[in-house]
Design a protein around this ligand. Structure first.
Ligand code: PLP
Length: 409
């Protein structure tokens, strides 16, 4: 008799984003003529930069010739891409990295989910609330969340509240946590941490032998000067932080799939007997066993983003989405909403009016004016009473959606 991993049964039966999609699809079937505009889902709308396309086309051609054909590549990624990451993403910020501290992957969702495999089941996990739901779901599926308590929260997870009361900046938890997920600029609140705010977390991790999983999927959206782009800009972070970044929202790679995870050699975890183990080795082991590397063609595409043309194209793309976020922020503020984020992030986080629940507001917006938002409740308990809009749609659709909202409100 084959036994299943029963931890999977602990998850709600629906995935939050599928639930939204189902409601939107049903609305479209009932109203086939409705021009539905989605500012809800996190996918991008603009095409891949020309430099990346050109590089990928030529990489495909290489595969057609036995002399240049590539089969399995290095599991943790090609050095041509790692060189660019070291030289352009980290060196200008004063961070030095070795090639074997960088792991190229097929998207940061895989890595933020899979990274839990290398840690013990009895860690206390700190998760900010609201946040990208994958951290909690992966902990549940991996049997690391403990048991469900009376208030419907997991015993091994410490939820760190972020609300307008603390400007969505998480305070250090009173309970001791061992693994901490931080996502900055944050999805969904769009808030970024200053150096001083992030330093508190690095210091906490160093003092408590904790490890921070730093999800920097939106680092390229940072516009303000006092905001660190990488957690390694904070002294000591190489001893306690794993950083995960993605080309998805930076360069429209949501469909192509490419990201990277940095695991510095200095990070140490412990066995139950107190033996210190280098975490980099465990992640290397995990990757070389479970993964055969991101495709050569896609890595060539990512490499081209670091060429002068590529960098310019990425800059323009990010600026395009940030301008959309600005339009959303300004229009909703004019309409009287309380609006957060959207300055160092494509995400705009908005309080629902009149204490409406986030799912009710989602339905009103969809059914009344055919605009899709993301209900805040899907990002955690503290997300209730908020909704998220993103700057990822086209300029035309963003402007049209804002006109509809301002007339409607
Ligand atoms: N991390 C955060 C915070 C995200 O919002 C997303 C996607 O929306 C991801 C990771 C996953 O991105 P990727 O496309 O690299 O898997």
């Amino acid at each position: 008799m084959a036994l299943i991993n029963e931890n999977y049964l602990k998850l709600p039966e629906y995935y939050f984003f599928n639930e939204i999609q189902q409601k939107v699809n049903a609305h479209k079937i009932i109203n086939p003529k409705a021009n539905v505009i989605s500012l809800g889902l996190g996918d991008v709308s603009q095409p891949i930069p020309a430099s990346a396309l050109k590089a990928m086309k030529s990489a495909v051609e290489e595969l057609s010739d036995p002399k240049t054909f590539k089969g399995y590549g290095p599991e943790t990624g090609y050095n041509f891409l790692k060189n660019c990451i070291i030289k352009y993403d980290y060196a200008p910020r004063g961070v030095t990295l070795n090639h074997d501290e960088i792991f190229i992957s097929d998207g940061s969702k895989s890595d933020v989910g899979n990274i839990g495999h290398i840690f013990g089941r009895d860690n206390i996990i700190g998760i900010t609330d609201p946040v990208y739901p994958v951290y909690e779901n992966a902990a549940i599926m991996g049997g690391r969340s403990g048991y469900l308590t009376d208030n419907n929260l997991w015993s091994n997870i410490v939820y760190i509240p972020c609300s307008s009361k603390n400007n969505f900046v998480p305070e250090l938890p009173k309970e001791k946590v061992d693994i901490i997920y931080l996502c900055y600029p944050n999805n969904p609140t769009g808030i970024a941490l200053t150096k001083a705010e992030l330093k508190k977390w690095v210091d906490y991790a160093l003092e408590n032998h904790a490890i921070i999983i730093y999800d920097g999927a939106y680092f390229s959206y940072i516009t303000e000067k006092n905001i660190p782009h990488s957690i390694y800009e904070i002294k000591g972070a190489k001893k306690c932080a794993i950083e995960i970044r993605s080309y998805s929202k930076t360069a429209g790679f949501t469909g192509l799939r490419c990201s990277y995870t940095v695991v510095p050699h200095e990070i140490i975890g412990f066995t139950l007997y107190g033996n210190a183990i280098e975490v980099n080795k465990l992640w290397w082991q995990r990757n070389t066993t479970y993964y055969n590397g991101t495709s050569y063609v896609i890595q060539k595409g990512a490499e081209a983003l670091y060429s002068p043309e590529g960098m310019q194209e990425v800059k323009e793309m990010v600026s395009y989405y940030l301008t959309n976020a600005k339009i959303i922020r300004e229009e909703l503020t004019k309409c009287g909403f309380s609006v957060y984020g959207g300055v160092n992030s494509p995400h705009v986080w908005v309080k629902t009016p009149h204490h409406t629940t986030s799912w009710k507001f989602f339905q009103e917006l969809l059914y009344d004016i055919n605009v899709v938002c993301t209900p805040g409740a899907g990002f955690g308990l503290m997300g209730e009473g908020y909704f998220r809009l993103t700057g990822f749609n086209s300029r035309e659709n963003t402007t049209e959606a804002m006109q509809r909202i301002s007339k409607w409100i």
